[in-house]
Design a protein around this ligand. Structure first.
Ligand SMILES: [Zn+2]
Length: 222
């Protein structure tokens, strides 16, 4: 095993525990994957993100066949569908976190732009959010739904299910899904009120100053 793969396994366990301990996932829900040059690392099925053993993380080949470790999460096909359309990203984090899932249950949202631009950080970390139709867990059409929007969105809500985010690094993916959860929380808190949203000019400025710059130099915005 390469030093890079060993480090990635340790990072998956570290971020999994961090997510779990702050209540962003419960029980055995939630999963994390990293695409390697010759396959995938994926959190195992029925595992708790708070108690991951780096050695037991599923190691898959490029076709998704298990090479070592525990069997992968049954939601691996979602990760594959997302990253196959995002060649520059390498990491997927998927949770069933409370506020993002609450938004994913609301009837009157625009499925191509679910969350309004409430804060600069939502624009910087994940941008516009898509909503896919409800499917039962394991329904392979979920992968098709994600594939349809994957090229244009870094963050997607699965109806009545939860959020899924793609990014270049584990840190960026975890920060993005945390920011998504905080933005969803604000959105729920502001239901029935009339919050002042960022204007299109303000969103454009953020994209110009932070998002384009990050793509250029690979660094985080804050
Ligand atoms: Zn799920």
């Amino acid at each position: 095993m390469s030093a890079n793969e060993t480090s990635l396994r340790e990072q998956i366990a570290y971020f999994g525990r961090s997510i779990f301990e702050r209540g962003l996932t419960a029980g055995s829900s939630g999963n994390i994957s990293v695409r390697l040059d010759d396959g995938w690392l994926m959190t195992p099925t029925n595992c708790c993100l708070g108690n991951l053993d780096p050695v037991e993380i599923s190691r898959l080949d490029q076709q998704g066949n298990l090479l070592s470790g525990q069997p992968p999460s049954k939601e691996f096909f979602l990760h594959e569908a997302f990253l196959n359309r995002r060649p520059h990203d390498r990491v997927i984090v998927h949770l069933h976190s409370t506020y993002s899932t609450a938004v994913a249950c609301l009837p009157d949202v625009d499925p191509m732009d679910v969350l309004p631009p409430l804060t600069p950080y939502s624009v910087m970390r994940f941008g516009k959010v898509a909503l896919t139709p409800y499917r039962r867990p394991g329904d392979k059409r979920l992968g098709d739904d994600i594939a349809k929007v994957a090229a244009d969105y870094r963050a997607v809500l699965l109806s009545n299910h939860g959020p899924i985010v793609a990014a270049k690094t584990l840190e960026a993916a975890v920060y993005a899904i945390e920011e998504l959860e905080e933005t969803a929380k604000l959105f729920i808190l502001l239901q029935g009120l009339r919050p002042r949203l960022l204007t299109q000019d303000q969103v454009d400025e953020l994209n110009q100053v932070f998002v384009a710059k990050e793509a250029d130099d690979g660094k985080s915005c804050c």
